[in-house]
Design a binder for this molecule. Structure first.
Ligand SMILES: Nc1nc2c(ncn2[C@@H]2O[C@H](COP(=O)(O)OP(=O)(O)OP(=O)(O)O)[C@@H](O)[C@H]2O)c(=O)[nH]1
Length: 409
């Protein structure tokens, strides 16, 4: 199994599990939805990320607040209140996004994290490690400003590093206003590190998700455009490009192994009269009905019927010799007659079709000209020409000629 398929399988199992937890996931997703639906498509992910980081900033403060509150509230009152203000600012980001103030929301997030690096470290000292968390948060928040130039990014990152180093050396444990005693200071450091890791891990996960979604979208678009470039817009049949590719593939196969290959060229008789009488739209509808009839006759999965151009259609029939191709040719004539589409230009008064067929039989395989495929098409074209000159509404078969004289070429 290749890496792509293994990844898809893993993703499938993951999403199956997720399906069971879907209601819960939907409820969580709702938490970072303010302002998302109202925003422009390109901005949507940014708004969502802003809400997620705002919520993360607020929630990450929660365990510290619990400690201050329960351990010694009177002593930690100031840091507790300062944190409440910061939490309020983080949650205001969701409100601002809800009010479509996207730019203000991003700036508030960034400024809040930068100020918090200093204020909280000033209270607790660098020994508690919280400055590490707010430094990381501020660095990550720069991702919200997706149209910044590289130089601005680098300057901002340098500024955050300077803030971190300053906070680290400015507020030594000896200078803490509200020092945290052992072993709690170590616990606080560990919680900070866990928050940093989950912040970076979460962000990488979100980025991975975005890359996967973009890859899936690209693959879908690629398939869509491939299908579009191989399909005839009017009839929905494969177009000449696809027929040529299939034909070359089959020819190439014949150069390696024994087999037969037939080509049927079909041309609607006096089609110009249909257009003249019923207009171009009437002609188009007629071509669509003929295409549907021909498509239903190409019964084997290896058979290919295509619109060759204008009012011409063609079949490529692998592993089909003269007998089979003649039989199908007769069926095509019959099916078109059975449509009973009026054509004032035809002597019968109805649409008919002329058929030219050419076949090649390679009993031992490999003994054919690798570039001779065009010759088989040319033979089918010659057969079609004969069908037209013989009076139309009929099938003419010509075998493949292994070489042409210079006049025939
Ligand atoms: N409505 C419509 N007409 C088309 C389309 N493609 C080609 N045609 C028309 O098909 C007609 C073909 O005319 P001719 O090549 O003279 O052939 P014919 O009238 O069928 O006569 P024979 O082939 O000799 O029996 C032209 O009038 C084209 O404009 C198409 O996609 N839609």
């Amino acid at each position: 199994m290749n890496i792509g398929r293994r990844r898809s399988a893993r993703r499938f199992i993951f999403f199956q599990r997720c399906n069971k937890a879907q209601p819960m996931l939907n409820a969580i997703k709702k938490c970072w939805s303010p302002g998302v639906t109202g925003s422009m498509p390109g901005q949507r992910r940014q708004v969502e990320l802003g809400n997620q980081l705002g919520l993360f900033g607020a929630l990450a403060t929660f365990p510290y607040q619990l400690f201050y509150f329960f351990y010694d509230f009177d002593f930690y009152r100031a840091v507790f209140i300062a944190n409440l203000v910061f939490v309020g600012a983080y949650l205001s980001v969701l409100l601002l996004n809800y009010l479509s103030r996207y730019s203000t929301a991003k700036k508030l997030l960034l400024v809040n994290a930068c100020i918090q690096i200093f204020v909280i470290t000033w209270f607790l000292s660098a020994g508690a490690g919280v400055h590490l968390f707010y430094f990381c948060l501020a660095s990550v928040l720069v991702f919200l400003f997706n149209n910044l130039r590289l130089r601005t990014y680098i300057s901002l990152m340098a500024l955050f590093c300077a803030l971190y180093v300053t906070a680290h050396f400015l507020f030594s444990p000896a200078l803490a206003i509200t020092p945290v005693p052992l072993p709690w200071v170590n616990v606080m450091y560990a919680v900070s590190v866990i928050c940093v890791l989950s912040l970076l891990g979460g962000l990488l996960y979100l980025l991975r998700q975005q890359i996967d979604a973009a890859e899936d979208e690209l693959t879908l678009n690629k398939h869509y455009f491939e299908a579009l470039s191989n399909t005839d817009a009017l009839t929905g049949l494969p177009n000449r490009r696809m027929l040529d590719e299939a034909f070359e593939r089959e020819w190439e196969r014949l150069t390696r192994q024994p087999g037969t290959l037939s080509v049927i060229m079909c041309d609607v008789d006096y089609f110009k009269k249909v257009n003249d009488h019923y207009g171009h739209d009437g002609g188009d509808r007629c071509l669509q009905r003929i295409a549907t009839a021909l498509e239903s006759l190409a019964s084997r999965t290896s058979d290919l019927v295509a619109r060759y151009g204008g009012e011409e259609f063609a079949f490529v029939l692998p592993s089909t010799g003269e007998k089979g191709a003649r039989y199908l040719g007769e069926q095509v004539c019959e099916a078109v007659r059975a449509l009973a589409i009026p054509n004032p230009g035809a002597s019968s008064g109805f649409i008919t079709i002329s058929i030219g067929i050419a076949s090649i039989d390679v009993p031992d395989g490999g003994d054919i000209d690798a570039k001779g495929s065009a010759r088989l098409l040319k033979r089918a074209d010659e057969a079609l020409y004969q069908a037209k000159t013989n009076g139309r509404n009929q099938v003419v078969f010509l075998p493949y000629l292994h070489s042409y004289t210079s006049t025939e070429q």
